[in-house]
Design a protein around this ligand. Structure first.
Ligand SMILES: *Cc1c(COP(=O)(O)O)cnc(C)c1O
Length: 413
């Protein structure tokens, strides 16, 4: 392969069909941000929108804002926008609560549909909160449910008649390895098992086809690729075929058929609204709406193509610029099997990442030894990949990461 230089990388930005979207973000000068998979960048519209909701809506109209400004419709309105990104109908998606809480609600709902089966099947690479919620639910139910973990490659073979629910994250948060959602759904359907997919690293990073692949349930984050801001509300998806018969256990008044009748007995609303629990966080939802607006006019297949091209470029440049510097690729080299990130193992990964951040290249670290670089095609440029790899090379060649301040672990890595 020919040798690449910075000019060749920057030239790719000239032909980028998504270049227009970068201007929708307020990105700090001098920073290369490769962590939109943990916390999306700030959309330019967000501060003014929040200010408007606070001063002009809340400040001026007080409680009448719930009707006057459609605050009460936010969970469905935002759900409909997310539905477009994940291959769902608008009446199958709603924004509410956190991803963790939504795992609890939907896993409960799914287990009710398979009362005779006791196994929740997941893989050893799944995100811990999903696994913890499953353990907590099994404990609460006290009916002998158990969470069974197998390696990601063994999932399909393990799906059998005893499995109630297959609980998986499509894109492995550490390595970026992608599960074959269509194939796993087909296998689950054949065995009578239900699927619950976590789209934390998929929604907004690539096209997802929940309806087309026959997914039963899904959940995902608002603050990663959807750019909703720190702690943004999450979303959940329930396939139409389950909307009528499925019930979740958190009987809150926003899931009641007539919340403002103030009846003493719970009666679930019809449709996706029964998956709501309490009052929506209006300010956070206003911020998430701005995050979703950054996708206006964006073609998701172009988004995916750029995301994979950025990943391929990173892999090629690290191989070219950093041989013998202790980095081992931890992500699939085959783009089709990857999400929108590339990870490298390094024996001193934490300190290396801190030294990189000190140089203005922000990725993150995942235990035990992974440097993680996320690509957000709406604002990541090809030249950024060159600059990030150049900084990585310097950090490793000069041994900058060995400075004592870089090995002090902060609470959030
Ligand atoms: C980020 C992430 C979560 C986070 O859940 P919260 O309830 O928002 O803290 C859950 N699952 C996966 C796969 C994630 O990557």
């Amino acid at each position: 392969m020919s040798h690449l230089d910075r000019a060749a990388c920057a030239a790719q930005d000239d032909g980028d069909h998504l270049a227009f979207a970068r201007d929708r973000f307020d990105l700090p000068a001098g920073i290369i941000y490769l962590d939109g998979n943990s916390l999306g960048a700030l959309p330019k519209r967000t501060p003014t929108r929040i200010e408007t909701v606070i001063r002009r809506q809340w400040g001026t109209d007080l409680i009448t804002g719930w009707n006057k400004h459609g605050w009460v419709d936010l969970p469905r309105r935002l759900g409909a926008r997310i539905a477009d990104l994940i291959g769902a109908h608008a009446d199958e998606v709603v924004v509410c609560d956190s991803t963790s809480i939504n795992v609890f609600k939907l896993l409960s709902a799914a287990l009710r549909l398979r009362p005779d089966r006791k196994v929740v099947l997941s893989d050893t690479g799944n995100f811990p909160t999903d696994l913890y919620m499953a353990q907590g639910l099994a404990d609460l139910l006290g009916r002998g449910h158990r969470l069974e973990l197998v390696s990601p490659a063994d999932i399909t073979a393990r799906i059998a008649e005893d499995v109630a629910v297959v609980l998986l994250t499509e894109i492995d948060y550490r390595t970026g390895r992608r599960h074959d959602m269509a194939a796993i759904n087909a296998r689950a359907r054949a065995a009578g098992a239900l699927t619950l997919w976590d789209l934390a690293h998929s929604a907004g990073a690539m096209p997802v086809d929940l309806d087309g692949t026959g997914t039963d349930f899904a959940i995902g984050c608002g603050y990663k690729y959807l750019n909703g801001g720190p702690g943004a509300p999450a979303f959940l998806y329930v396939a139409r075929r389950w909307l009528g018969e499925t019930q979740q256990p958190l009987f809150g008044w926003f899931g009641h058929a007539a919340p403002f009748d103030f009846e003493t007995a719970y009666q679930p609303r019809s449709g996706i609204d029964r998956f709501l629990v309490g009052t929506p966080p209006v300010l956070s939802m206003a911020a998430l709406e701005c995050g979703l607006e950054t996708f206006a006019g964006v073609d998701l297949s172009q988004l995916r193509a750029k995301s994979l091209a950025l990943g391929d470029l990173m892999i090629r440049l690290v191989a070219q610029e950093c041989p013998g510097l202790g980095l081992t690729l931890a992500s699939p080299i085959d783009a089709g099997r990857r999400g929108s990130q590339v990870s490298y193992a390094h024996a001193s990964g934490y300190a290396v990442m801190q030294a990189l951040i000190a140089r203005g290249v922000i990725g993150d670290f995942r235990a035990p030894d992974l440097l993680r670089f996320g690509f957000t095609p709406l604002y990541t440029r090809y030249q950024d990949i060159w600059d990030a790899v150049a900084a990585l090379k310097t950090v490793l060649e000069q041994g900058e990461w060995q400075r004592p301040e870089f090995s002090h672990r902060a609470a959030v890595t």
